[in-house]
Design a protein around this ligand. Sequence first.
Ligand SMILES: Cc1cc2nc3c(=O)[nH]c(=O)nc-3n(C[C@H](O)[C@H](O)[C@H](O)COP(=O)(O)OP(=O)(O)OC[C@H]3O[C@@H](n4cnc5c(N)ncnc54)[C@H](O)[C@@H]3O)c2cc1C
Length: 547
Amino acid sequence: MMKRTEKKQQTRENILKAAVSLFREKGFDDTTVQEITEAADIAKGTFFNYFPTKESIMEALAEDRLHQVDDYLHTYGLNRVTFISKLRAHISFFLGEYHFNPALTRRVWQRVIEQQSLLLETWHELLEVGIKRKEIKADTDAGLWANVINSHFYYTLAVCEAETRETFLDELMLLLHTSLKEILTKRGDRAMKKMVIVGGGYGGMRILQRLLPNDLPDDIELVLVDKLPYHCFKTEYYALAAGTESDHEVRVPFPQHERLSLHFGTVDAIDRENRQIIMKGEEPVSYDILVIGLGCEDKYHGVPGAEENTYSIQSMENTRRTYEALNNLPAQSIVSIVGAGLSGVEVASELRESRSDLHIKLFDRGETILPMFPKRLSNYVQNWFEKHEVDVISNSNITKVEKSGLYNHDEFIKSDAIIWTAGIQPNKVVRDLDVEKDEKGRVVLTPHHHLPDDEHTFVVGDCASLPHAPSAQLAEGQADQIATVLKKRWNNETLPEELPKIKLKGVLGSLGKKHGFGVMGDTALTGRVARLLKSGVLWMYKHHSGV
Ligand SMILES: Cc1cc2nc3c(=O)[nH]c(=O)nc-3n(C[C@H](O)[C@H](O)[C@H](O)COP(=O)(O)OP(=O)(O)OC[C@H]3O[C@@H](n4cnc5c(N)ncnc54)[C@H](O)[C@@H]3O)c2cc1C
């Protein structure tokens, strides 16, 4: 049985958790104590046994942060960074609730400074470590300078009215840096630069792999931002949708490394002027160097009803929905797949193997399927579909989609589920960026893969304008080059004006689990060999991703 003290602790934590989640969702001012008690599943009276006011929750959160800072630094590998960067990391962590209510957070931390010796002890310890690591002059009086840091912090809390934590930190660090210069050696003076990769797909992940463990300079802090807490194999989404692979088989954890901080949240926008990534429901993330690798989304070409009435395989979340819909269909249902490119072909054939009872229709705009491949290969795929009773409808033009079916030209085709694989476009965050784009909406870059007017912002993968069709292979090849550009810059080496052409090995597609097709170099492959090669490529990829 839970002891009384443990139970009290648990209730306190439940209240804090419920409060934080509501503050995040509704804002501090619009959250009532009643809502917190309901969410925490406790009586109103119980709340007041723990917290006299709603404001006192912020004090409790501040106090918790004071005790958790060491764990935070350890988890995010920030113990190795320079004195100045560590100082910033401490204050940034302490002010984690700043966005809930900036003025209240500042008041709370003033009170913490007035009442808590722990903060002074923290600065003292930080200074001592700095002295030991020769980042701070040996004869520095750590006690005195701990008080200097405290008083600068207090002063900024009292006078600065910054709207965001980042602006507050910038002001405070400027003040601190001016004073601390007196005791810093060259080593401790180096402020860390923050390199942020948004999107841990094929491109983002490859850059991480190329920079870690040994190629990241000591003064660069690496942060990966992704909405999902794992790296996903998008090339296998067709199998997840068809129900032939489980969720667990198409994802791997991101690498764990002391130089890498993982930040899980959804990017809403990129504020280039203030060099910040605007996140959904949380504080912005600032950057000095940025890599954008957010992948692509479906493009509906203005077909009415397509977005609302079709299933997608372009994101993990959407593919899970598609899986659920397809696998819950009653026997003899009709599934229409719009678009017979590589992903449409793969999903149609995989679904055929998964559900022999369904009627599958594959709508293709062209005269023949997969026209970009050699004729022999497209005939092979066409024959496979005929043999396995998938209707390929050529020369189609989907003009409208409704819940119960779609219109091919003017003909209504009843469908119980419709999957859209008829076009892609860059992620909305990139579409909203005010930068030059090509006719497909992909960002135009210099030969070194950065924005023409910002050599510290790179774009990788499906969002980048490159002279090939988007693919995982291309994203990885480009990521390799971005890593090279960065490493050469950091080592003060000159870069060639043009980088070598990105070499692509070929394309492999699957027709269920036993057959495949593809082109490797000049060789067209069909049948079991092509399928085995495709499985081998996936195996290698998983292997290199640490599985
Ligand atoms: C069914 C299918 C089969 C394919 N088969 C092949 C193949 O055989 N060979 C091949 O080379 N290519 C294939 N592709 C194409 C390939 O998957 C993409 O070209 C590749 O994934 C692009 O890599 P990327 O790094 O640009 O983006 P992605 O791999 O898509 O990664 C984007 C990342 O950004 C994250 N993200 C997106 N939006 C946000 C946001 N707002 N906030 C935070 N994070 C966000 C995502 O979670 C994801 O981790 C296939 C695609 C599909 C759909």
